[in-house]
Design a protein around this ligand. Sequence first.
Ligand code: AMP
Ligand code: MG
Length: 498
Amino acid sequence: MLDATALQIGFDNSFARSLEGFYVPWKADEVRAPELLKLNLGLAEELGIDVAALQADLKTAAEIFSGNVAPEGSSPLAQVYAGHQFGHFSEQLGDGRALLLGEVVDVNGQRRDVQLKGSGRTPFSRGGDGKAPLGPVLREYLIGEAMHGLGIPTTRALAAVATGEPVMRETPLPGAVLTRVAASHIRVGTFQFFAARRETEKVQQLADYVIARHYPELSKEELPYLAFFDAVANAQAALIARWMQVGFIHGVMNTDNMTISGETIDYGPCAFMDAYVPGTVFSSIDEGGRYAYANQPLIAQWNLTRFAECLLEIAHPEEEEAMRLLIDSVKTFPEIYLGHWLSGMRAKIGLLTEEEGDLDLVNTLLSAMAEQGADYTLVFRKLSSAVEAGSDDAAVLALFEDPVAFEHWLGLWRTRLAREDIAPEARASAMDVVNPIYIPRNHKVEEALSAAVNDDDLAPFEKLLDVFQSPFTEVAGLEAYGEPAPKTAAPYRTFCGT
Ligand code: AMP
Ligand code: MG
């Protein structure tokens, strides 16, 4: 007999309590033979879950994290939302393959959502089967943990369970369920659902809930909903700047995939870029390149404009004034983004102070990299050994087939560095803690997923997870994880498919 109550998860479900009408209570599908593939023990501890009890009864854990058994205190529900997908508005999306189990206040006092993904059909499934194949589940697990290791706000994986059932895609694939932890799953699209139906009191109720949960300091503002907009825009500006700084391409920046909390969410066709090519698109369904690497800040602003539209009736007592204020706020996004981006880029090239010419300096480097398709991650990483003239710049120079433009830049850079008073070693160390050596290289991710899906071999997946825990510390023996993919004839392609 399974004793689901033995595993205590301290649920406290404020969304279910406060937002009736924003969800449908629902149940996960039962699966045949759940098998626990991976548990995130560190995260479980953070959530205050009794890890020893969990490990002592892995069968119960598999039952819970597959959705077969609803843990005590949970109140499983499917959230409703809408969203602009590739620019086109869908008035009803919602959790079509996910189920919010509830919330846990973690050991740091942070309220976190615990959600199953791939747990079966819901009233919002439309045509889909509500299931998830193993490959994309492990992919979301890996990339989320890698982002976390890089210090980028993200949802995280708590568990991955194989269901023992096939999922029908083009061919039958092994099925799985991911347990995902998020600051919340409230999206721009959640607001859009109610705004599109002109349910202003619900928009306000949702805004009040989210302000209390994510931005409590704003409730005292004179125009709290305007301040709320600005806070979300700022969180997104900071987030996208971080993506750009590590070469991350989300791939589906639809408004339903943009969180209000400022966490990265929904790792579908996302991937990291090797060669610095600003127009890079990996997703097979992004035919027009809408969500290309270089477009991400622009798309963030587009999405935030959709968010601003949702707040028109509450941002100010007079709608015209609300419109004017929100437009002004939206217009400041590029500047706010640039501020976040440039301060991160300054750190990447080892600058401690701010000078007017820094933006040009960074852009000159990026141009030289783009011209040569130099490896984005490695150029920044190897730069720290070239801090001093006459130091070891062979490693970074080798990343350029024709280093002329880059050598010119090195001269400009060193002249700029000379105006700062810091020991070269200290500068180099400061650079190494912001420029990762290990990112999820596409070929390594594919290798790990293929071993797991085709050969039941989780060792490469485990190894990658391990490497991504400390992406800034170079470790002897891990050279293969720091290398770009071998050149192939066809460009790398990703597919949605979760
Ligand atoms: P996503 O790809 O996660 O951004 O999902 C976009 C929308 O499609 C959401 O409403 C999902 O719930 C829905 N969806 C995606 N895949 C499935 C699936 N396999 N079954 C049911 N709904 C799905
Ligand atoms: Mg989504």
